[in-house]
Design a protein around this ligand. Structure first.
Ligand SMILES: [Zn+2]
Length: 108
């Protein structure tokens, strides 16, 4: 698969838990067709932000919604459960951190 087909969305919550609908149409927009793509997803694991590349997924060609099949989601859960200790680390990235405007003031 060409790398240009890879989606670069990074869902942080529930990214690996949305199951594909039974028919090939997207449940989110009801119009797009789902296509097999490799996507990157980020997860919080043991206080670290972890990026997993090239996850087999179904991606809506209209709205971009991503679905993960059970087998892949189970594999991701196992990787997360082991805090990625047995996964091969291929790269490191620096992650910029921002605060929402006024967000810190609300805490005082
Ligand atoms: Zn869609």
């Amino acid at each position: 698969m060409a790398s240009s087909e890879r989606s670069h969305a990074f869902p942080l919550a529930g990214g690996a838990e949305s199951r594909p609908p039974e028919d090939p149409r997207c449940d989110a927009c009801n119009s797009g067709l789902l296509r097999r793509r490799r996507v990157d997803m980020a997860f919080w694991s043991g206080g670290r932000l972890v990026l997993v590349r090239d996850i087999p997924s179904l991606v809506c060609d209209a709205c971009g919604e991503q679905y993960t099949e059970d087998e892949v989601a189970m594999q991701l859960d196992m990787m997360r459960g082991a805090d990625f200790r047995h996964a091969q680390m291929i790269d490191r990235q620096e992650v910029p951190v921002y605060t929402f405007p006024g967000g810190r003031d609300d805490l005082r």
